[in-house]
Design a protein around this ligand. Structure first.
Ligand SMILES: Cc1nc(NNC(=O)[C@H](CC2CCCC2)CN(O)CO)c(F)c(N2CCN3CCOC[C@@H]3C2)n1
Ligand code: NI
Length: 183
């Protein structure tokens, strides 16, 4: 199982790498890894398991955080209506997005960053993502709110971008013009 020991931290070169697409149809090995990434998120959100294995809670995870140069990610998060968004994706790509911006009012953190970095992280309010699912089928996801923010944070990792790269240095808490909090 994946634990915190498997997650690379700031300074590891993979966190600043534009990662490679994985072959489709996916190899059994890549399918296995992606399943383990989703399982980590579920474990991290289960109080008992998280306590037992000392897992920091997570709603998203990207393969470079495991030191893998692969465009793979998993998200497991409820939206504001309580709908569960649980996806394990290969080669995700944002194909369109809203002009309107969105952000988490409490800012963001990262399992690869062992410190608080305060500030608003401006993102798109809505995104349309094309990707391949665990079986190698093409999927198209239209996300808004919480899940939209999470998947943007994960796709950033596939491009070597960290959440704090987006924070306004002069005024970290200055919400961008056309953006509103998603939570
Ligand atoms: C927002 C949030 N971020 C948590 N952690 N950070 C992460 O997931 C990082 C990715 C997120 C940071 C901001 C956007 C994406 C991991 N990252 O670095 C991957 O690249 C949480 F854990 C969390 N929740 C709310 C839902 N709750 C349900 C019950 O279980 C606990 C869980 C806690 N919400
Ligand atoms: Ni992260």
């Amino acid at each position: 199982m994946i634990t915190m020991d498997d997650i690379v931290r700031e300074g590891h070169p993979m966190l600043r790498t534009v990662t490679k697409e994985v072959p489709i149809p996916p190899t059994t090995e890549d399918q296995e890894t992606l399943k383990e990434m989703l399982q980590f998120l579920k474990n991290s959100q289960d109080e008992e398991t998280a306590e037992k294995y000392n897992l920091r809670p997570g709603v998203g995870l990207a393969a470079p955080q495991l030191g893998l140069d692969k465009r793979m990610l998993a998200i497991h998060v409820e939206d504001i209506k309580g709908k569960l968004h649980s996806y394990a994706l290969f080669n995700p790509k944002i194909v369109s997005h809203s002009v309107e911006g969105g952000y988490l009012s409490s800012g963001e953190g990262c399992l690869s960053v062992d410190r608080e970095v305060p500030g608003i992280v401006p993102r798109h309010a809505r995104v349309t993502v094309k990707a391949y699912d665990i079986d190698g089928n093409q999927v198209k996801l239209r996300l808004k709110g919480y899940p939209a923010i999470v998947i943007q944070h994960e796709i950033d990792h596939l491009n070597g971008v960290m959440f704090y790269d987006h924070i306004n240095e002069e005024n970290p808490f200055h919400p961008p013009e056309n953006a509103k909090p998603v939570d």
